[in-house]
Design a protein around this ligand. Structure first.
Ligand SMILES: *[C@@H]1O[C@H](CO)[C@@H](O)[C@H](O)[C@H]1NC(C)=O
Ligand SMILES: *[C@@H]1O[C@H](CO)[C@@H](O)[C@H](O)[C@H]1NC(C)=O
Ligand SMILES: CC(=O)N[C@H]1CO[C@H](CO)[C@@H](O)[C@@H]1O
Length: 419
């Protein structure tokens, strides 16, 4: 009885504080492996500024073949053998901001789909997953769990289309246990219709989740044969001849999820704090949808061809000569230097996306991920410029940071073409 009362109480409070008129959510994902990055790219749990988030999400834990939730990197997660003790440190961030909610994420891209397909399709494994997830969340004093199965019925999935209902069943069983304990249950999901429609029974999962983080990015990636934006808000000018179902846009994603029955008060729009890099086939053909021969430059910290953190590219733009361009239809910037082509988001393009999402009455915005924001404030006067842009556009009052003046971003080397 006590737990039922608590659940009702929480449901009331939660819908009150994050309802249409209430405070909007800012979901901040943290990639714990960023602690291994070198010099200014290194990001520890202590670098998180909890004032800029309503929810912080620790990524990633995994599962074994029994469905038991496990650490993927015991050195990072646990204190044993002089480990970093991150799980405990993460939940003590609440001392900084008692209002911030902590979530533990299970899954992620590297975990694949197969183990989750097997677990969700087997009642015994499912039960074990629910039990051990709850134990892990409670042991480290988190406020809830975030499921990042990438993705039901895709890639190396074992049961294929059966994943869709099995995922719903898994969430149902998690919801029951998590409700008894007053804990949050959320998920990160793929975004565009072409792929999300393969993975989710949207009305059903919406029922069981407190909110849904829609990963509205990676829409065009460096392995594509042509350049394209990571997260275009709208279609590009030259896209008129492309059939609507082949266009990947943030506005299309919001329309799809809402039309499929995800209530706006559970919908969270994900925005990227990183870009994609392409290698142009011909340096003279350098617009959007220009021929690309593959992944482009890597950043100094993330060290992955085809991807680059905002902190890395803003430093690059300060130090080198780049043409910074803006796609006025898609409402996103891109950058060109010889045969190098980068699609990315800046504070303005993120604000545009947040405003558009607000017009659709979403409950908040998710950032993947905070360790590639300019979290040290190297490129401008303030730290976390992208996360601050999200907060500002959502109308959350966040005091200005304590700043030490630094050199302005604009130097003689940068040509800004605002088309
Ligand atoms: C958002 O909410 C407002 C106020 O309730 C309403 O007038 C508007 O139609 C809603 N917008 C959408 C896209 O649902
Ligand atoms: C976090 O951001 C807030 C809001 O700008 C600021 O007041 C605070 O000093 C920052 N905290 C740290 C540790 O930088
Ligand atoms: C609850 C549910 O839908 N379970 C299904 C999960 O997938 C397996 C394998 O295809 C089915 O046999 C179950 O019925």
């Amino acid at each position: 009885m006590k737990s039922v009362l608590f659940t009702l109480f929480c449901a009331f409070i939660c819908s009150e504080s994050y309802g249409a008129t209430g405070e909007k959510r800012v979901i901040c994902y943290y990639g714990s492996w960023a602690t291994y990055r070198n010099s200014l790219g290194k990001f520890d749990v202590s670098d998180i500024n909890t004032s800029l988030c309503t929810h912080i999400v620790y990524t990633f834990l995994g599962i074994n073949t029994k469905g038991t939730v496990i650490s993927l990197d015991p050195y990072l997660d646990y204190p044993d053998n002089w480990g970093k003790d991150n799980l405990r440190k993460f939940s003590t961030l609440k001392q900084q901001n008692p209002d911030v909610k902590t979530l533990m994420a299970v899954g992620g891209w590297n975990e694949g789909s197969a183990k989750y397909s097997l677990m969700a399709g087997n009642p015994t494994l499912r039960k074990n997953f629910v039990k051990t997830a709850l134990e892990m969340v409670q042991k480290y004093n988190f406020d809830g769990l975030d499921i990042d199965w990438e993705y039901p019925n895709r890639y190396d999935s074992v049961y294929g289309p059966a994943d869709v209902d099995n995922f719903s069943q898994l969430l149902k069983e998690l919801r029951e246990e998590f409700d008894k304990n007053g804990l949050l249950l959320t998920a990160a999901v793929s975004s565009i219709k072409k792929v999300a429609s393969q993975s989710y029974d949207i009305p059903v999962i919406s029922q069981y989740l407190d909110f849904i983080n829609v990963m509205a990015y990676d829409m065009y990636v460096a392995t594509d044969p042509e350049t394209g934006h990571n997260a275009p808000l709208h279609k590009s000018e030259d896209d008129d001849d492309i059939p609507i179902e082949d266009l990947n846009t943030v506005d299309g994603v919001l329309e799809y999820w809402l039309s499929q029955g995800c209530p706006p008060e559970k919908l969270v729009l994900g925005v990227p704090l990183y870009g994609h890099t392409f290698k142009l086939t011909n340096a003279n053909e350098n617009g959007v949808r220009a021929p690309s021969s593959g992944p482009g430059i890597a950043g100094p910290y993330t060290a992955t061809k085809g991807l680059i953190g905002y902190n890395e590219l803003c430093q690059k733009f300060k130090a080198e000569t780049w043409n910074l361009l803006y796609d006025d239809s898609a409402k996103v910037p891109y950058a060109v230097q010889g045969e190098n082509w980068i699609s990315f988001d800046d504070a303005d393009s993120i604000a545009d996306k947040v405003q558009y999402a607000l017009q659709n009455n979403v409950t908040g915005v998710m950032a993947w991920s905070i360790e590639t924001d300019d979290f040290r404030g190297i490129c401008q006067d303030e730290d976390y410029p992208l996360l601050r842009s999200i907060n500002k556009a959502l109308g959350r009052s966040v005091e200005a940071p304590n700043t030490t003046p630094s050199s302005p971003l604009t130097t003689g080397k940068i040509i800004m073409l605002d088309l």
